[in-house]
Write a protein that binds this ligand. Structure first.
Ligand SMILES: *[C@@H]1O[C@H](CO)[C@@H](O)[C@H](O)[C@H]1NC(C)=O
Ligand SMILES: *[C@@H]1O[C@H](CO)[C@@H](O)[C@H](O)[C@H]1NC(C)=O
Length: 165
């Protein structure tokens, strides 16, 4: 019979998808635009971008840029655009920063004047509890429901086939 094999394949795919979502994820900061000085009329692009995404411990963000740099700073230094003592610095043009704990992370450009023009960003990394009480839990709950629907459909089909033939 073809159908049980197809179901098995589907289940395997679904299960691997589900466990895949538990792995860490990498985000590219600012999407395709990368890490740039924002346009004058749109200086909040990075915090807008950050608020559209959900970050968890283990996730990473990638900064792509030219002739610029990335710094992680304290909240106070973020507010003042003070880049004199960052806790993290990189200017390779392709920087990956991995979040090792939940909480707030503050990033600025280390190039003079860029942070003042809005090249800065706050990232909120959710604790695993927080994130599962939002998006995570509902998608996990959807999956078994989808599977049981499929199993039910399969059962109905098999039953119909056995009655007909
Ligand atoms: C900013 O200005 C550019 C060109 O002047 C325009 O194309 C763009 O739509 C503006 N963006 C916003 C958010 O106003
Ligand atoms: C930046 O921070 C350092 C150390 O806290 C301080 O000495 C310096 O004056 C600050 N610079 C500005 C521009 O606030």
């Amino acid at each position: 019979m073809k159908n049980p094999m197809a179901l098995l394949l589907l289940l395997t795919i679904l299960i691997s998808l589900q466990s895949f979502s538990a792995f860490s994820y990498e985000f590219q900061v600012g999407g395709t635009k990368g890490w740039i000085v924002p346009p004058a009329n749109d200086s909040k692009i990075y915090n807008d971008w950050a608020s559209e995404n959900r970050f968890q411990p283990g996730d990473a963000i990638r900064f792509k840029y030219k002739k610029d740099s990335v710094m992680e700073v304290t909240e106070e230094d973020y507010k003042k655009c003070n880049s004199t003592h960052p806790t993290f610095f990189s200017n390779t043009g392709n920087t990956v920063f991995r979040f090792d704990h939940p909480g707030l992370f503050y990033f600025v450009s280390g190039v003079s004047g860029h942070c003042d023009k809005g090249q800065k960003m706050i990232i909120k990394v959710m604790s695993p509890d927080e994130s599962s009480s939002h998006g995570g839990k509902s998608s996990a709950a959807d999956l078994p429901l989808g599977v049981s629907k499929l199993v039910f459909a399969q059962f109905v089909l098999c039953y119909a086939a056995s009655v007909l033939y």
